[in-house]
Write a protein that binds this ligand. Structure first.
Ligand code: NDP
Length: 397
């Protein structure tokens, strides 16, 4: 049915390649391309029975991307490289007539700045070309955005308060490691916090606002208010929202390491001169930290990510909680990757299935909540991320 090109062969790319191969009735021709071809070949060697081509590509280079697109002629590109490559891949999609899906919004290399404006600016060009771009189809953004759309469609006339709650209750048994690309992860966590209330964005010092939240099957965990990109599209797409916040759990050990790394300058994103050569400290740090793709084997525990919502239905105030718990070990057994890569790669694959089935396909650039949530919700559960819901709990919102 469909020809797909996956770009990026890290933790998330591993899961996408494996899940796409498991659905070869839909993904009839598959290519995995990344900066380092040997990483693609290693992933593909673990996939039996399904033929997957591999290629080297520098996704910062639009001409190089176009040559690959024109040669393989994919219908859809799943971009699971880094956020820095979003615009070059979108540009190449327009030039070569290819549809687009990603899991993280564009971020300039020299500035940790998170906003959709750069990608939304492509809307008219994608529309005129008759191409679909699906933005933010991982877990958060991704499932959390679809959960919100599902809640709005089925359980509320108006959503007023939204808290996205992201808990990693797992233990990888390392002193310090990040669960996805360390550079992207640390840039995100060390930025100033931001939440939306009554039509305005409010900033907070990094990780300064926190409280204990209870997570299903995990228990109480200290949760920190952070800015997360889906807040921007959700408050735009659901204008009844009065307040939207994002919370993520961190252990004390993690925060202590992070503070020390910041204090000694290792999280800096600007170049410094070292032995006459320019290096970027955070890029060097990435090189010495554990590879998130290798954490799976000894990872125990689970993640729990969901949306806690308060609003009105038929004139009555209601609360609603929808979430998924994902076991790191189960994810590892199935794909060789830990739960955070899994919870990103499975929704990306599911979004691509929605595209090829013609259910999530319309010309322009859209966030996932712009599409019908129902078929995605059904499929993502089948693909390994079942969801649970509870009504009218006493949620602290
Ligand atoms: P990794 O660092 O493990 O993998 C990134 C991959 O992209 C690597 O294979 C890397 O190649 C490749 N790459 C980097 N630069 C280029 C380039 N210029 N050209 C071609 N390939 C390139 O990251 P993850 O797999 O952990 O994350 C992938 C994406 O998923 C990120 O954008 C991340 O933000 C997003 N994500 C989204 C989440 C969500 O819930 N929405 C959650 C977690 C992650 P090489 O190895 O050669 O450097």
């Amino acid at each position: 049915m469909g020809k797909v090109l996956i770009i990026g062969a890290g933790g998330v790319g591993t899961v996408v390649a494996k899940k796409v191969a498991m659905n070869s009735d839909i993904f009839t021709e598959i290519m995995l391309a990344s900066r380092t071809k040997s990483k693609c070949d290693k992933i593909v060697a673990e996939i039996k029975n399904v033929h997957i081509r591999t290629a080297a590509v520098d996704a910062d280079n639009v001409d190089e991307l176009c040559r690959l697109f024109d040669d393989f002629k994919p219908e859809l590109v799943i971009n699971v490289a880094l956020p820095y490559q979003d615009l070059s891949i979108m540009e190449a999609c327009l030039r070569s007539g290819v549809n687009y899906l990603d899991t993280a919004n564009y971020e300039p290399l020299d500035e940790a700045k998170y906003e959709y404006s750069w990608q939304w600016a492509y809307h008219d060009r994608f529309r005129e070309a008759g191409l679909t771009a699906i933005l933010g189809c991982g877990f958060d953004p991704g499932c959390t955005s679809v959960y919100t759309a599902y809640a709005a469609k089925h359980h509320f006339d108006e959503i007023h308060y939204l808290d996205i709650v992201d808990c990693n209750g797992g233990d990888h048994h390392k002193a310090f490691a990040t669960n996805f690309n360390p550079e992207i992860n640390i840039r995100e966590i060390t930025q100033r916090g931001k939440y939306y209330e009554d039509g305005n964005w409010h900033e907070t010092d990094p990780l300064s606002v926190h409280k204990t939240l209870n997570y299903p099957n995990i228990g109480p965990r200290e949760s920190y208010l952070m800015y997360h990109e889906e807040l921007e599209s959700l408050v735009k797409n659901f204008p009844s929202i009065k307040r939207a916040r994002f919370w993520m759990t961190f252990g004390q050990e993690y925060l202590t390491h992070l503070r020390v790394l910041q204090n000694v300058g290792m999280t800096r994103i600007d170049p410094v001169l070292y032995n006459g050569m320019e290096i970027v400290p955070i890029q060097f740090l990435k090189a010495v930290l554990p590879d998130p793709g290798e954490l799976g084997e000894n990872y125990s525990g689970e993640t729990s990510i969901g949306c806690r919502i308060r609003g009105v239905k038929d004139g009555k105030e209601r609360t609603y909680y929808i979430w998924n718990n994902c076991s790191h070990q189960a994810a590892y057994q199935e794909t060789g990757a830990q739960g955070v890569s899994y919870t990103t790669g499975v929704p990306a694959t599911t979004g691509a299935m929605m595209f090829f089935r013609g259910l999530w396909r319309k010309p322009g650039v859209f966030n996932v909540e712009d599409f019908d949530p129902d078929p995605f919700m059904q499929e993502v559960a089948k693909q390994g991320l079942p969801w649970h819901e509870a009504h009218d709990l006493d949620l602290e919102l």
